[in-house]
Design a protein around this ligand. Sequence first.
Ligand code: SF4
Length: 452
Amino acid sequence: MALAVSSSIAISTSTFQSSQSKLSQFGSIRVLKKPFGVGVKSSQPRSFVKPINARDSVVPTTPSEAIETKEEDYELLAYQLENASPLEIMDRALEKFGNDIAIAFSGAEDVALIEYAYLTGRPFRVFSLDTGRLNPETYRLFDAVEKKYGIRIEYMFPDAVEVQALVRSKGLFSFYEDGHQECCRVRKVRPLRRALKGLRAWITGQRKDQSPGTRSEIPVVQVDTVFEGIDGGTGSLIKWNPVANMKGNDVWNFLRTMNVPVNSLHSQGYISIGCEPCTRAVLPGQHEREGRWWWEDAKAKECGLHKGNIKQEDDAHLNGNGAVHANGTPDVGADLFNTQNVVSLSRTGIENLTRLETRKKPWLVVLYAPWCPYCQDMEESYVGLAEKLAGSGVNVGKFRADGEQKEFAKHELKLGSFPTILFFPEHSSRPIKYPSEKRDVDSLMAFVNALR
Ligand code: SF4
């Protein structure tokens, strides 16, 4: 979902059997049956049903047939499957977990997962989170997918009482004011938690290239450290990421080749698709994640659905080369923004800057950490900007704000995430925070020119 990707998730039931597509009716329960595709690997036709009104769990009413009881070393398995194709990984996941695994489908290009599952010839389930705020185009895709694959997506809805309380107290668009976490918690994370509580494994469309930093270390299979499965407790849920190693272009080539229905928003410039108010089209060259929660800081661009990625990232920073400075900051080698046009400010230097009511010159200062990939990404533009501003009457500085400086920077300098860019006007002690994620020279220059 972004569920990998993004956003939504639900669970769908599909049952494959012998020759023809059939529709069975079990009281109020409908189960679709369709033929195996090419390459059938199981001779065990299976069907499962779940009460249509099931609310707290997506556990099927029939017992699982494919759960392996022996302990699996998932780090080793991920290593062994690192070079496997998405189809192979999908097949392994479905074979291993049978009815206790489901694909999380957000209504975006993670429809590729459904095609891969279909190609295995095995039964598979799909779930999606209907947050109530999805685009009409996404609902149409859900419908097209159900029809093409003969499945019923198992939608998970948010708790009506919780949504009511949120909207009545804070309005329909509170996420623009105080961040998307609260709304996502109610509309996505809790329904997801309920869905996963009925499973032993889930399949996501997360890819390494989707979110620089937070998703760059995604293994093809891992123990889910954020959510729990049916047995409860840490390690009770396994997360499969069959397309982790695919690039966005490869996914699109696959979708086109296989004639898979896609969300029509993609043809309007949308890449990552989630809820309507929180998704927008991106321009050529922009990263796809810039189309999500664009008003917030880049590092927070995870919905809580895959927040284990952020922890992994932090751990990687701390454990990457084993070297840590005495002040607790990781030793990552080269510093950033090393040019005579960028003044390196000490703690005393930046404290003085914040105390001055009147300065001789305004300052632009980046709060950064050398290990932060977003800071590394803006090195060229910030150095270029400093060159342009040299002799212009605006000083350009940097302040390393990780490690023991982090608390100070959070409280005194509005540090939310790295990098934070501040403008200290000539006649005010209050710094103004650069609000955009566009860190190219022209955008930064426009910010400076608007305030100088
Ligand atoms: Fe709410 Fe936006 Fe999150 Fe959807 S993506 S649940 S609308 S904050």
